[in-house]
Design a protein around this ligand. Structure first.
Ligand code: PRX
Length: 576
């Protein structure tokens, strides 16, 4: 439903004061003046995000305000993050981590994760944050693909790594946070290495094009792709944080995303720290009371979250919100899935604030389309392109479509944080640029007469469940590993709370009978093997999976059947 109301804004004095004017006059190179080290092309994002602030009057300011589900709390100033990351950079160097090495972080949202990411940048290594809900299979796919040299994890999560270690010949080191005394070959203890390490570290300067982080993301086909980003991303990360999230020096900012997802890496680590802003990190699951108590206790001013979480808060009701003092909040943003106008309306009623939707992807490395503090909001729209970003709606041949017409959302190649590589897979990278210089996002959308962009859906079979991007192929692959399953087809089924849920259609092997207990067993199997968020919440037993003549699963047919829509001309689909 398109919500016709427009929410007008009061003029702002800081940040992006006039979007349309800035958009017309903008040049990326003007942003370079903000950074200390771009002049001689020797950069390091860790210098700009941490070390720079640790030597100025920001040094005693909190960089990280941390708490977990059990009520443990810690605070780290910019100076202490600098010290800890310098030490950890020495630890990494001592065990032989060099520039360009891939090092994964398989950790809950504990301070060591944040210190680790900074330290890896300091030695010029490529950080691979992993969502702690990943199962052994998902971890293996990622580490194997980019030939990881080391992993930083906890003894608990290391159990999953141990299951697949033998299949990872390049993995030489495991750094264990909170480890006991018993260490296996190749394992070192974070605490004891940190105790031994020197506090003095000399920054490893790198080229802006050298790689910073790698995050795996899903497409329709194949295993997850290693989207690789460079230090140069800091230009976009810095400015989008300032202009879209509207962060200012005295803000207390909370991004609820896990760094295993791009929002948590870019806007839960780099963006706020490049702006010298204090950020709150909560290591725990979603919980209405807990979330509100964090805002109240830490006096959060700017909050970046996701539509599913907002819908869950909405479901918890107004009373739950009224039990807390949320008056510190001054700005709210949301990303990852369509933000329903109803949620925006609710936000105005309950928080007294407009929730600002924005759009981007792992591949784009920073926010591309957004609602800004100064721009009227059309609820349901993703907003307008960020200055320096040229977004268009095109058809399959690359022809620009007029306002109102649905088509492919595409971006003109060449913004600072655009992914640099799909790790080791040139063909996959080139697929994004099928239409000359336009980066095809895989989303369909339209633009209105005022230049606002509206999300329509995915152009492919990728599932977006609670803001998590899941490839049907990965789930299908995990399903067919189950003893009882012969074939499987997976789709995203619309869901009012999670946007989509994963639904699996499975064909059982001989001798297996459908039952509720088998359903539960299959769910648990995928959860443990692949990831806790990527299991099918619904499973339907069917006789056969519709396929093309070449054997490709026709997910569109499954989806049409599920939604009670016409399945189309199956004879032509079979030719695909
Ligand atoms: O389909 C779009 C959806 O999430 C995809 C990108 O997923 P990922 O790379 O995991 O990054 C998510 C967070 C940046 C997009 O192709 N998406 C993202 N933001 C929105 C959205 N869909 C609708 N509205 C949004 N604001």
């Amino acid at each position: 439903m398109e919500y016709k109301e427009i929410i007008y804004k009061t003029p702002v004095k800081e940040g992006l004061i006039n979007h349309d004017k800035t958009y017309r006059d903008f040049e990326w190179k003007a942003v370079l003046d903000h950074f200390e080290c771009f002049s001689n092309n020797e950069v390091n994002i860790a210098h700009e995000a941490i070390d720079k602030h640790a030597t100025t009057n920001g040094k005693n300011k909190n960089a990280l305000i941390w708490e977990d589900e059990n009520g443990r709390q810690k605070e780290y100033t910019f100076q202490s993050i600098k010290r800890q990351s310098d030490k950890f950079a020495n630890v990494l160097k001592n065990i032989g981590i060099e520039k360009g090495d891939r090092v994964f972080l398989f950790l809950p949202r504990i301070p060591e994760l944040y210190i680790g990411i900074i330290a890896l940048a300091k030695v010029g290594a490529i950080a691979g944050p992993l969502f702690s809900a990943f199962g052994p299979e998902a971890v293996k796919d990622r580490l194997l693909d980019c030939k990881a040299k080391a992993i930083i994890t906890t003894p608990d999560l290391n159990q999953r790594v141990c299951e697949i270690k033998e299949q990872l010949p390049t993995l030489k080191h495991t750094i264990l946070v909170d480890s006991g005394n018993t260490l296996e070959e190749g394992e070192v203890s974070y605490a004891s290495e940190m105790n031994k390490a020197s506090e003095s570290y000399k920054m490893r300067w790198v080229d802006p094009e050298d790689y910073l982080y790698i995050l795996y993301t899903s497409g329709t086909t194949g295993k997850p792709k290693g989207v690789t980003h460079a230090h140069n991303d800091m230009i976009s990360q810095y400015l989008t944080t300032k202009w879209v999230l509207d962060l200012r020096e005295d803000d207390v900012y909370w991004c609820t995303a896990d760094p295993g997802w791009v929002t948590g890496t870019v806007y839960g680590i780099w963006g706020p720290w490049l702006n010298g802003v204090s950020q709150v990190v909560y290591d725990g699951r979603f919980d209405t009371e807990k979330w509100y108590s964090i805002i109240e206790k830490q006096k959060v001013t700017v909050w970046y979250t996701a539509p599913t979480a907002l819908r869950m808060l909405m479901k918890a009701g107004v009373k739950a919100a009224r039990n807390y003092d949320l008056s510190s909040l001054r700005y709210i943003c949301s990303v990852g899935e369509p933000l329903n106008p109803e949620v925006i309306k609710w936000g105005i009623e309950v928080y007294g604030l407009t929730i600002h939707d924005n759009w981007w992807q792992t591949e784009t490395g920073s926010i591309m389309i957004a609602n800004y503090p100064s721009l009227p909001v059309k609820p349901g729209s993703m907003g307008k392109p960020f200055p320096g970003i040229c977004a268009k709606i095109i058809d399959a041949k690359g022809k620009e479509l007029p306002p109102g017409q649905h088509g492919l959302l595409a971006l003109k190649r060449g913004w600072p944080s655009m992914m640099r590589e799909i790790w080791g897979n040139r063909d996959k990278f080139d697929e994004y640029f099928r239409v000359s210089d336009w980066f095809a996002t895989g989303d369909t959308a339209y633009v209105d007469d005022d230049g606002y962009f509206w999300f329509v859906g995915r152009a492919d079979d990728v599932i977006n469940t609670a803001g998590h991007r899941v490839g049907p192929f990965e789930v299908e692959s995990a399903l067919v590993e189950h003893d009882a399953i012969a074939e499987a087809g997976v789709i995203g089924k619309p869901d009012t709370e999670r946007g989509e849920i994963i639904k699996a259609f499975v064909v059982l092997g001989q001798g297996h009978q459908p039952s509720d207990s088998l359903r539960d067993d299959i769910k648990g199997f995928v959860k443990n093997r692949l990831a806790a968020h990527a299991y099918p919440r619904e499973i339907e037993f069917i006789e056969s999976v519709p396929k093309t003549r070449s054997g490709k699963i026709m997910r569109r047919v499954l989806k049409a059947r599920e939604l009670g829509l016409p399945t189309g001309d199956l004879s032509t689909l079979e030719e695909e």
